[in-house]
Design a protein around this ligand. Structure first.
Ligand code: NA7
Length: 545
């Protein structure tokens, strides 16, 4: 309902991507009125914005799908092992149509401020186009990699040519034919786009700060072994994914590296290289690959060999071979022709470790050693990950006038990655503290959405009106997060997982590192133990702790 210029709903959601669409569907089915507020012109989230050449999913699309409705699962078949961005965007359009979701989504709208009204027990949202929103529950479905990082390089404004960000690629494409192009950044976005940009451009100069580990995607039809496994019993396959480490059904590897001979290790590695699957190579080589420095270092050496075998110029091969972080501690990439692209005569790699960028000028990029004239600069420089979209986009003010950016000044604090003490009835999907970016997002998103909507329905049915994490529970989660992260190698790399990619950002390992299955077990236990760690209140019920 609308009162004046304020829309009254039970639940407001920000974001109409993978999470927001499923939230809207589940909220409606649970009997809540809901509105989704979305800045973009249509559904799709990440896949709406990231339209750069070569943009693809790098979790197999058989696994990167909604699973909540077996009929939907049957109605949609992906054309490839790794779908392209346009196909994934079509999928979200299909889902939005199938469940008639668009009528409750306000496109082209931003939330400018969100304030908790303690007396009314509601969130009051100010939007940038007229109607404000008053809601009992406020849910951030804003994604983990949604806010592009500013370029942080002097002189960007002086550049007279064209500038593009992979994460905000123009919808009608970019003509790079015959142009002198630079790509800055060699994470997933750079590695996916560089081979295609090289085919179009007159000359491509890649500016690399940290080399990423990349392995060939071997894209094509979905592999037979996986398809057979999936088709044999779809429900069992999905259930196994839900209780797995990374949200893709693979068994726990038991053999540790030193139990295997060189030949056995090489055989496993070659199999992983041929599989072209990140989750396979990140979990199936040997049991100590992600926890033990020496067990891990064996993988780096094997990948360096692969790079040397493809890249003809030894200096370029050496620069492309990561030697400053353990394999998997920074997100590895899947590529199609990435390393081979450096054998093209029209491609140059600039190693910023040896010659940092001094400035961008009117005509190009100047490093300590050279000056490169350019028509186009592409920033594939990443995102203010995990907290950016929640914190930077608008002020969120909770109980007692406390703002989330102040509360998180020393790093994000959450309970289960879903809630924050002092912010009643606020939820985050794939927030910091959730396994999200270390998993198949599809599995994490569905689990978070189900858990949140189930709680809201249970609260309503029991007469509660607010739900808030206690400080004690939140401190406990921080301790548990820290304990888990000491068991992995993620803490040894400067990455967007730790906030290191954004100058001035507080350093903390943001995702939960022990996997989606154990995480799901904890969330279930919180419920079975009477909402352990949450304070619930309501007009007709005594306060519970
Ligand atoms: P990433 O993975 O954060 O990659 C960004 C890249 O840009 C990375 O190589 C950075 O080097 C580089 N970068 C960032 N800022 C600069 C500056 N100022 N100068 C030079 N180089 C810079 O983002 P992506 O978009 O590629 O991928 C994001 C995720 O999307 C990916 O992990 C998948 O989950 C899908 P650095 O490593 O910081 O030295």
């Amino acid at each position: 309902t609308n009162s004046g210029t304020t829309q009254q709903v039970d639940v407001a959601v920000v974001g109409a991507g993978f999470a927001g669409l499923y939230l809207l569907h589940r909220l409606r089915k649970a009997g809540f009125s809901a509105v989704v507020i979305e800045e973009a012109g249509d559904v799709g989230g990440t896949w709406y914005w990231n339209r750069y050449p070569g943009a693809r999913c790098d979790i197999q699309t058989i696994d990167y799908s909604y699973t909540f409705d077996p009929e939907l699962d049957r109605e949609w078949t992906w054309s490839e092992k790794y779908a392209t961005q346009p196909e994934i965007l079509r999928y979200f359009g299909f889902v939005a149509d199938r469940y008639d979701l668009r009528r409750d989504i306000r496109f082209g709208t931003r939330v400018k401020a969100a304030n908790w009204d303690d007396a009314g027990e509601r969130w009051q949202l100010t939007t940038d186009n007229g109607t404000n929103v008053s809601c009992r529950y406020y849910i951030m479905a804003t994604g983990c990699l949604s806010t592009p990082k500013p370029p942080e390089i002097d002189g960007v404004k002086d550049f007279k040519g064209e500038i593009y960000f992979t994460g905000r690629w123009p919808h009608d494409g970019v003509n790079l034919a015959g142009k002198r192009v630079a790509v800055i950044g060699t994470g997933s976005s750079g590695i996916q786009s560089i081979p295609l940009i090289a085919e179009q451009a007159a000359h491509l100069t890649v500016f690399q700060r940290t080399a990423s580990f990349a392995l060939p995607a071997h894209n094509g039809p979905a592999p037979d072994d996986r398809k057979t496994y999936f088709e044999a019993d779809r429900a069992a396959y999905r259930e196994q994914a839900r209780w797995s480490l990374a949200g893709v059904p693979y068994p726990q590897e038991m053999a540790v590296s030193w139990q295997l001979s060189d030949a056995e290790r090489r055989e496993r590695f070659e199999k992983a290289w041929a599989a072209g699957d990140l989750v396979h190579i990140l979990t199936q080589l040997w049991a100590d690959q992600a926890a033990d420095f020496d067990g891990n270092a064996l993988i780096g050496k094997l990948i360096h060999e692969k790079i040397r075998a493809v890249v003809k110029d030894p200096e370029t091969a050496a620069a492309l071979s990561p030697n400053d972080h353990p394999f998997g501690s920074k997100r590895p990439c899947l590529d199609t022709n990435y390393y081979a692209t450096y054998n093209r005569p029209n491609v140059t790699l600039v190693n910023l470790r040896q010659e940092p960028i001094k400035a961008i000028t009117g005509s190009g990029i100047v490093t300590d050693k050279r000056s490169v004239d350019l028509d186009v600069i592409v920033f594939a420089t990443g995102f203010d990950a995990m907290t950016g979209a929640i914190m930077a986009v608008h002020p969120i003010t909770g109980r007692a006038g406390k703002s989330l950016s102040n509360v998180w000044a020393q790093g994000p604090q959450t309970y289960l990655g879903l809630t924050v003490a002092g912010f009643p009835n606020l939820f985050m999907i794939t927030g910091p503290g959730s396994p999200s970016v270390l998993s198949n997002m599809a599995v994490s998103i569905e689990q978070h959405v189900d858990w949140v909507v189930d709680r809201l329905a249970a609260l309503r049915d029991a007469g509660f009106t607010t739900m808030e994490a206690t400080e004690t529970a939140q401190a406990g989660w921080a301790q548990h997060m820290a304990d888990c992260s000491m068991l992995t190698l993620h803490r040894l790399a400067n990455t967007w997982y730790t906030g290191a990619n954004v100058p001035g950002k507080v350093q903390a390992l943001m995702p939960y590192t022990s996997g989606v299955g154990p995480y799901r077990g904890i969330c279930n236990e919180v419920v079975s133990r009477g909402m352990l760690g949450f304070r619930l209140t309501g007009p007709n019920v005594a306060e519970q702790c």
